[in-house]
Design a protein around this ligand. Structure first.
Ligand code: ADP
Ligand code: ADP
Length: 231
């Protein structure tokens, strides 16, 4: 994993009266899972997308490891940051292996290396490679698609994994399985993971640290689940 640092980060969307995120200073340790939690509209996704360079901060700087990524081309970050969204974001008419290989192909990996990586990742996320390699996402359950989404995000072995409500659209039993699977993956790969959730229980279960945001993107608390629950 790599550390992530936000230094005085502000986001005010054009044509809005108030910032969506105000002056966030935040240090995320390499190899930790941090859960962003808070009510709808408090700026969780906005903060995640600024780290991913999908949107530009109005003020402040963002660092991945020692690297200031604030002005960087978002496409360059794809090797450093894997990204998982609620709906999986898979191409429905591409096979599982084609989806997982998308970024390595762009990076110019050869076929054998991509195939080997795909087998490894399918196994890691708990999908049988022989069963799922050629399947289309549209013919899979939401939970299975989300497992592929995680595999795809990890394809180029990025040090950072950003997840926006990754388990928000699956049933409660599948959700617990996916959460446990993520913890196992984290132990295996030691990625730095930021997960956005509106579920406080999920945040305290998964997070080494939990960041509680309130309306207007203000940090209410940042600490271990024990520290958060003690208050
Ligand atoms: P959360 O992820 O915590 O639900 P968001 O980061 O999506 O919150 O949104 C934070 C605030 O910014 C909300 O008030 C939302 O309406 C506003 N917002 C989000 N995206 C845009 C946008 N593209 N233009 C204007 N306002 C936006
Ligand atoms: P949405 O509008 O649904 O929130 P986004 O704009 O956040 O979606 O992302 C669009 C797509 O871009 C996603 O499906 C995601 O897979 C891809 N993407 C964005 N950033 C990255 C990244 N760093 N690495 C790989 N894929 C990315």
């Amino acid at each position: 994993g790599a550390s992530i640092r936000l230094d005085g980060v502000v986001k005010q969307y054009k044509g809005t009266a108030k910032p969506a995120v105000q002056k966030i200073d935040l240090d995320i340790e390499a190899g930790h899972i941090v859960a962003f939690v808070g009510p709808s509209g408090c700026g969780k996704t906005t903060t995640l997308k600024m780290i991913n360079r999908l949107i530009e901060p109005t003020e402040g700087r963002i660092f991945i490891g020692d690297r200031d990524v604030t002005g960087e081309d978002p496409d360059k970050l794809r090797q450093s940051i894997g990204y998982v969204i609620q709906s999986g974001g898979l191409f429905p008419h591409w096979s599982v292996s084609k989806n997982i290989g998308a970024i390595p192909r762009v990076l110019g990996w050869d076929k054998a290396r991509i195939a080997e990586r795909t087998e490894y990742l399918l196994d890691l996320v708990g999908l049988d490679a022989d069963t799922f390699r050629d399947r289309l996402p549209k013919d899979m359950s939401g939970g299975q698609q989300q497992r592929v989404g995680v595999a795809r995000a990890l394809a180029a072995d990025p040090p950072v994994l950003l997840m926006d409500e990754p388990f928000g659209a699956v049933d409660p039993i599948t959700r617990v399985r996916l959460q446990d699977s993520l913890i196992a993956i984290q132990h295996e790969l030691a990625k730095t993971i930021v997960i956005v959730t509106h579920d406080f229980e999920e945040a305290t279960k998964l997070g080494d640290k939990v960041l509680i945001l309130s309306e207007g993107g203000k940090i209410e608390q940042y600490g271990t689940p024990e520290e958060i629950l003690a208050k």
